[in-house]
Design a protein around this ligand. Structure first.
Ligand code: IDP
Ligand code: MG
Length: 231
């Protein structure tokens, strides 16, 4: 999506994030007088001027022959990074213990984008399909009973590196081994009641979102804070 926006925007060559910044009234504009621009640039260091993107830097400034101009496009490189999706679920113990808001806020505050959210009573066959890789484990029947024992909160989150980052925010499977500061490290004590699920790979993120959400339940949107989260 970002890639399309970068190349398909109204002024080709400028990353979409820069175009968005320019349309914001509180941000520096090309129409400002030079002294004002300098002032704004100083105030809003999170928004470096786009001019440097096309600046000319001779490799050897004192050489007689000029070398080729170097063009550095960090915004473009960042925009080409892969956006992943992950399935996060507050398990029945998290819902019963009143931890829904706390758990959602960890991902929200981190800066990922919520694209799906619902309270849901999981049927047995869906729980079994979700955890099919663990079918041979001795704890499988208890795990399924646990997941269907009450409503869960299903979430789809999106972002660059969201799968691995969400696993870090969640912490180790056994809450006693999970680091303080992680969801399981802060809020749980036992593997069989570890309050939250997170996909373990981008492929499983896609698979699980497709499993838990119907068409039309996901929402594509652009958070207003996007340019404050990624340069
Ligand atoms: P994960 O949730 O950290 O990815 P998995 O190994 O995929 O951990 O296991 C899925 C879920 O199965 C765990 O979150 C936990 O609820 C449950 N589980 C895993 N191992 C055990 C166990 O040894 N006893 C009881 N439940 C377990
Ligand atoms: Mg797992």
């Amino acid at each position: 999506m970002e890639t399309v926006a970068v190349f398909g925007g109204a002024s080709p060559g400028f990353p979409s994030s820069l175009q968005r910044r320019r349309s914001c009234s509180s941000l520096p504009s090309a129409h400002h007088k030079p002294n004002l621009r300098a002032h704004h640039h100083h105030q809003l260091s999170a928004f470096p001027s786009s001019l440097h993107l096309f600046s000319y830097f001779p490799a050897r400034p004192h050489a007689r022959t000029l070398s080729k101009p170097r063009i550095f496009l960090p915004h473009l490189v960042a925009s080409l990074e892969q956006v992943d999706e992950t399935y996060i679920m507050v398990k029945p113990d998290g819902v019963q213990r009143g931890l829904v808001g706390e758990i959602i806020s960890r991902f929200e505050k981190k800066g990922f984008k919520l694209t799906g959210l619902k309270l849901f009573q999981c049927p047995q066959d869906l729980a079994e399909e979700h955890y099919k890789d663990l079918k041979g484990k001795s704890f499988f029947p208890k795990l399924i009973d646990y997941i269907v024992s009450g409503p869960v909160v299903c979430m789809a989150w999106e972002g660059v590196g969201v799968v691995a980052a969400a696993r870090k925010l969640i912490g180790a499977t056994n809450p006693l081994q999970a680091e303080p500061g992680t969801i399981r490290g802060d809020l749980a004590v036992q593997t069989g009641r570890n309050v939250v699920h997170g996909s373990d790979s981008p492929e499983n993120g896609k698979r699980e979102i497709a499993l838990w959400f119907k068409e039309g339940e996901l929402c594509q949107w652009t958070p207003v804070q996007a340019p404050w989260l990624r340069e």
